[in-house]
Design a protein around this ligand. Structure first.
Ligand code: ZN
Length: 392
């Protein structure tokens, strides 16, 4: 099957009626920095070279030039499908991580990203990232790093009315080291305790498990490590059912999604693409009201699921609480949910009703207080001229 072309940066909107506000639940913070922000931070710190995550020099890229940064990621995104693609994907995080060099950078960049997303039509945006990843460049305790990320979210709301949340993430492959190893090698327990400490009923902080590969580190292995977060009421989302390919999805079967829900108490699933292979798993997700954070452009770029075969339309037809997100816009292209929808609505035959439903599902499954959820639903209804609220 021919791969789809990389979507244009700003495709024309085709839907009739007032512009539909969006809500984004799955956006990796450092991979959501714009080329302009990357360049500004690179200039601040005098960075003149781009290196991969593992430290290899990337020749010919000027980190202080947004156009050069954009060209770099255009090239990266074209080469991710196929063998070794996920490793190249992880390597490409080297640049955004290298420009975040202080606690102040983190807070400011979270603030800026949430404000930028709001300006692009997002009523509410949830960013996620691993404090241990940022600690590779910033000499500070992970507690201070996590607090700065949450502070950026709080400021965006109080100073600009830009609604957001931060989801503290860890890498599954660095999650379960021996107790004698440093916390950076046993991140699951450390991040679960961090999230439990920062989460408040009136200001939720979420928890996410990301990383590769899923089949070597299935959700059930993390049941005990994540218990402190569960017991503190931290809302969990788990990357699950992403890293397999049709028809069998052997590397990320729907059973992983089931385990994430039943054993870890996940309220949302990152991707969940392999749910298309199991009616029973979809029924469980629907009955439990679990959100499914679909990122069709990402799944296509990484070679897991061709865009025109993505199961998002089926999830919507069956009443799953599916929403749509960018995942890693710096790497994949469309920077907003609106532009992502414009890029996928043709291949997936999604109409305005679907666009509305995706946003309502995101509001219903956002990691927010019930007060904020009602505010978001009211703002949404006012914008689209509807009377029905977001359904839980
Ligand atoms: Zn993700």
């Amino acid at each position: 099957m021919a791969r789809t072309e990389r979507p244009a940066e700003r495709p024309a909107r085709a839907a009739a009626g007032p512009a539909v506000p969006t809500v984004e639940l799955h956006r990796h913070f450092e991979a959501g920095l714009t080329p302009e922000t990357v360049a500004r931070l690179a200039a601040r710190h005098g960075l003149v070279q781009v290196r991969t995550r593992s430290g290899q020099l990337v020749p010919g890229v000027d980190p202080q030039d947004p156009a050069s940064v954009r060209r770099y990621y255009d090239g990266v995104s074209r080469g991710l499908a196929g063998p070794g693609g996920f490793d190249r994907f992880v390597e490409a995080f080297g640049l955004p991580l290298s420009v975040l060099r202080s606690i102040e950078d983190l807070e400011e960049a979270v603030f800026d990203e949430l404000v930028a997303c709001a300006a692009a039509g997002s009523l509410h945006t949830e960013l996620r990232g691993s404090p241990f990843s940022y600690q590779e460049q910033i000499r500070a305790p992970v507690e201070d790093i996590a607090a700065a990320l949450v502070q950026g979210v709080d400021r965006a709301w109080t100073e600009r009315g830009a609604s957001g949340a931060f989801i503290l993430a860890f890498s599954r492959h660095k999650g379960l080291g021996h107790p004698a190893e440093p916390p950076a090698r046993r991140q699951a327990d450390a991040v679960a305790r961090l999230a439990a400490g920062l989460h408040r009923a009136d200001r939720p902080v979420g928890l996410d498990m990301a990383g590769y590969p899923e089949d070597a580190f299935p959700p059930r292995a993390f049941e005990r490590a994540l218990r402190p977060a569960r017991e503190a009421g931290v809302p969990l989302t788990i990357h699950a059912g992403e890293q397999g390919v049709p028809p069998g999805f052997e590397s990320a079967p729907p059973a992983f999604v089931v385990d994430a829900v039943e054993r870890l108490g996940a309220r949302r699933i990152g991707h969940g693409t392999s749910l298309c292979a199991s009616a029973a798993a979809r029924a469980l997700v629907r009955e439990r009201g679990v959100g499914v954070e679909c990122c069709p452009v990402s799944n296509d770029r990484l070679g897991f699921m061709p865009l025109d075969r993505h199961p998002l339309p089926r999830f919507l037809e069956e009443g799953l609480l599916a929403s749509i997100s960018t995942d890693d816009p710096l790497l994949f292209g469309p920077f907003s949910v609106a532009d992502t929808f414009a890029a996928v609505s043709g291949p997936l035959r999604l109409d305005r009703e679907a666009e509305l439903r995706l946003a309502r599902n995101a509001i219903a499954t956002a990691f927010v207080t019930e007060d904020r959820r009602a505010q978001l639903a009211a703002r949404f209804d006012a914008a689209v001229g509807a009377s029905s609220g977001a359904k839980r």
